[in-house]
Design a binder for this molecule. Structure first.
Ligand SMILES: Nc1nc2c(ncn2[C@@H]2O[C@H](COP(=O)(O)OP(=O)(O)OP(=O)(O)O)[C@@H](O)[C@H]2O)c(=O)[nH]1
Ligand SMILES: [Mg+2]
Length: 206
C-alpha cells in the first residue's frame, strides 16, 4: 500500500465539515466538486462509519433509534470534495408515504446528481444484501456508478463468520462492487475504506 496516498486520504477526510442538510433535491449544494454518498439500511451504521472515516466523533449524528437521519447531509472536504450521508431505508415503522418520498428522492439523487462519482453502501455484516441494498446496486449499475460495499459491525461476528459473510457477498454481487469488512466501533478495515473512498473522489491526485 502507498503510505503517502493513505496519509493524504486521512488528512483530506479529517478536514470534513458539515455544510448543509437537504430535505429535497432542490436544496442540495451546487454540483461543483466530486462527491461520494453513503447509503444503507437504517441502523447499519452509515453515520458511525462517516465519523470513523473522518476521525470526528460527532460529525454525523448517530442514534440507537433507526431512522435518525431523514435528510441528505452534506460534508465538505476543504473545497475539493464532499461526502453525503443519505437517509436510511428499511425502517419498519416508516409510513408508506415516507417510503415513497424516500424512494423518489434517492432515485432522483442517484440518477441525476452530476457531481456524484461513487456510492458506498453500508450493510450490517450479519444481515447483508437486503432487497433495497440490491436495488441500490442496480441503480449504480444503470448509471453506471462505481460502488463500494462496507460490511460494518464486523466486531459482532467471529473472524471466521465475518470472512464467510464477505465471501458470500462477493459471490452474490458478481463484481458489481468492491467489498470490505469494517467496524465503526473498533476501527477494523477503516484504512482500506479511507483509501477506497478517496480513490473514488480524487483518482488522479498524489
Ligand atoms: N457493535 C457495533 N455497533 C455499531 C457499529 N457501527 C454503528 N454501530 C451502532 O449502530 C447504531 C446505529 O448507528 P448509526 O451510525 O446511527 O446508523 P445509521 O445507519 O446512520 O442509521 P440511520 O441514520 O437511522 O439510517 C448505533 O447504536 C451505533 O453505535 C459497529 O461497527 N459495531
Ligand atoms: Mg445516520
Amino acid at each position: 500500500m502507498n503510505d503517502d496516498r493513505t496519509a493524504f486520504a486521512q488528512r483530506l477526510l479529517a478536514s470534513a465539515q458539515f455544510e448543509c442538510s437537504a430535505a429535497a433535491l432542490r436544496q442540495t449544494p451546487p454540483p461543483d466538486r466530486p462527491e461520494v454518498a453513503f447509503a444503507g439500511r437504517s441502523n447499519a451504521g452509515k453515520s458511525s462509519v462517516i465519523n470513523r472515516l473522518t476521525r470526528q466523533k460527532s460529525l454525523a449524528r448517530t442514534s440507537k433509534t433507526p431512522g435518525r437521519t431523514q435528510l441528505l447531509n452534506f460534508f465538505t472536504l476543504r473545497d475539493e470534495a464532499r461526502l453525503v450521508d443519505l437517509p436510511g431505508y428499511g425502517f419498519a415503522k416508516a409510513p408508506p408515504s415516507l417510503r415513497r418520498d424516500w424512494h423518489r428522492m434517492i432515485e432522483g439523487y442517484l440518477q441525476g446528481r452530476d457531481s456524484l462519482v461513487g456510492l458506498v453502501i453500508i450493510m450490517d455484516a450479519r444481515r447483508p444484501l437486503t432487497e433495497t441494498d440490491i436495488q441500490m446496486l442496480q441503480w449504480c449499475a444503470a448509471r453506471p456508478l462505481p460502488c463500494i460495499i462496507l460490511l460494518n459491525k464486523a466486531d459482532k461476528l467471529s473472524k471466521g463468520a465475518a470472512g464467510a459473510a464477505k465471501q458470500q457477498v462477493i459471490r452474490a454481487i458478481e463484481g458489481a462492487a468492491t467489498v470490505e469488512l469494517v467496524s465503526a466501533r473498533t476501527g477494523t478495515g477503516l484504512d482500506a475504506a479511507q483509501r477506497a473512498v478517496i480513490d473514488l473522489l480524487l483518482p488522479q491526485s498524489v
